[in-house]
Structures are given as structure tokens and as C-alpha cells.
Design a protein around this ligand. Structure first.
Ligand code: GLN
Length: 275
């Protein structure tokens, strides 16, 4: 079968399940064939060998069952990084690149010391460490699997100014404090949210997604503790739900933060708040 025919059949099978059916099919076939997707535009009529067809079918069947592309491929691009993914951690998202962008805009000179709470794959910590090569970045996660993954992602991306350790939020970071910047993309989805029953998110770890108190419990905990771990003029920055901007702003205000501002994601929704 030719590349073109194989891809067209795959688009048909993924069309109702995925908003990105064409790209999904191309990424899976490229992965099996060990080529980049541009190869398919140059050689649409080339025939695909049996072994590659069988391998492609296996991956396609996984995608048809709803498994996210990033878990099937085992990797996801984020900022300028290529990150290894695992089912123990959230898949890095474009919305979270917005947090990195806001940090870079807010602190044009960079921050000397940074803490990333709930680092997962290490996405935010590694992006900031790469942008600010003179900074010292610490990423922490409650899950040992995430710590191992973020450490291996640091090596994979040649980042040497980020260190990762296991910690339940601030529990193990006292010796490295105070930080000039604390960032976090914590769990913030209301456990009742029906978004959790649809699409790729069904395959991601709930511990990285949901928080009690309508999704605000972890953000509340972090805000209430963070002043003990920040320098006097330090910054605290969160990713949060599209409808949590005002709640996060008032929380920061109650805890004495100043220069509080919320920034929108690519879809125009409130997504990042700083103070
Ligand atoms: N924004 C993600 C989603 O809606 C959730 C990320 C998070 O909980 N930190 O799937």
C-alpha cells in the first residue's frame, strides 16, 4: 500500500475521535518509518513495507481507543524542548508555554533562583532553565516517577542548571529557599468537571489534574505557604482554570501580594496569574 492510501484510510478511522486526525496519523506513521512527516509530501506514492504497515496498525489501534499521541510516541515538544512523556505525568500543553512566555516578559533579566512546584515532565523548569542559563532552577514533584522523568529530560535537552527532587509541595525545599520566582501548574480541575471524561485527558493521571474545593485546594495551599519561600520582592506565578482568574487574584491579595495580574491563553481565556 502507498503512503497516501495508508494515511487516507487512517484519517477516516480517526476523524470522529480526534480534532487533529490528519496530523495524528502522520505522526504515527512517521514514528514507525523513522522519517519526518515532510517525507510524506515528497513521496506520497512510495509503498510502505509490510513490517511498517503492521507497526502502524498497532499504533493506530491505540489512538482509536483514545490514547493520547504523546503517550503513544513517548514524547512531546514543549517550548524549545523535546520531552519524554509517561502516563505518570501530565502531557505538556501549549497553554503552559504561555506561563513560560509571561515569566520571560515579566523578568527580562531572568530570576536567579526558581522553584517549579509539581514539575511533572520538568517542562516549565527546563524551559526557564534553558532560557535563563545563569539561573538555578529547582523542580519538585510528589511522584518519584516524575522526578526520574524530569531528571532524564534535563539530560535529554542538555540542561545543567536545573535540579529535581521529590517533595510534597514545599516539604523538602527549605535548604534551597528563598527563591526569586515560584511557578506552578498545579492540579486545578474540579473533580466534578465533565471535561475529565472526554478525550485525551482520560488517560492522564488524575492526581495531576484534580484538586478539591472546586479545583482551588492546591493553589490555596501554595499561596498560603509561598511567602516563607520567596525573597521579599519575589514573584509567584500560576497556571489555572479559565474561570479561576479572579479567585486566584483575590487569594494573592489576601496574602499581601502586589502587582497582581492575569494573562490569557491562546484561546483568550484567563490562564496565568502572577503576583
Ligand atoms: N489545562 C489542563 C486541562 O484542562 C489541566 C492542567 C492542570 O490541571 N494543571 O486538561
Amino acid at each position: 500500500m502507498t503512503i497516501d492510501t495508508l494515511l487516507k484510510q487512517a484519517y477516516g478511522r480517526l476523524d470522529t475521535l480526534s480534532d487533529t486526525a490528519q496530523l495524528d496519523a502522520q505522526l504515527l506513521l512517521a514514528h514507525i518509518m523513522g522519517v519526518s512527516t515532510t517525507y510524506f509530501f515528497t513521496w506520497p506514492d512510495k509503498s510502505v513495507c509490510d513490517a511498517h504497515q503492521v507497526g502502524f496498525e498497532t499504533l493506530l489501534a491505540r489512538r482509536e481507543k483514545g490514547e493520547p499521541i504523546a503517550y503513544i510516541l513517548g514524547e512531546q515538544d514543549f517550548w524549545s524542548l523535546s520531552l519524554e512523556t509517561s502516563a505518570h505525568t501530565l502531557i505538556p500543553r501549549a497553554d503552559t508555554e504561555r506561563l513560560v512566555e509571561v515569566a520571560l516578559d515579566l523578568l527580562p533579566q531572568g530570576a536567579g533562583s526558581i522553584l517549579d512546584l509539581g514539575t511533572g515532565t520538568g517542562a516549565i523548569a527546563l524551559a526557564l532553565a534553558k532560557e535563563w542559563s545563569a539561573s538555578k532552577v529547582m523542580g519538585v514533584d510528589y511522584q518519584a516517577e516524575a522526578v526520574a522523568l524530569s531528571q532524564s529530560n534535563a539530560i535529554r535537552n542538555d540542561v545543567s542548571n536545573a535540579e529535581f527532587r521529590q517533595s510534597n509541595w514545599f516539604s523538602e525545599v527549605k535548604d534551597a529557599a528563598p527563591f526569586e520566582l515560584i511557578v506552578s501548574n498545579p492540579p486545578y480541575i474540579d473533580p466534578e468537571d465533565e471535561h475529565l471524561t472526554q478525550g485525551d485527558v482520560r488517560f492522564e493521571p488524575l492526581t495531576a489534574l484534580i484538586a478539591q474545593e472546586k479545583g482551588m485546594a492546591d493553589i490555596r495551599h501554595i499561596v498560603s505557604q509561598s511567602k516563607d519561600y520567596l525573597v521579599k520582592k519575589g514573584w509567584l506565578m500560576f497556571e489555572h482554570g479559565y474561570d479561576q482568574g479572579s479567585a486566584v487574584r483575590s487569594l494573592l491579595e489576601i496574602h499581601g501580594f502586589e502587582e497582581i495580574a492575569t494573562y490569557q491563553d491562546l484561546g483568550g481565556n484567563d490562564r496565568v496569574t502572577v503576583g
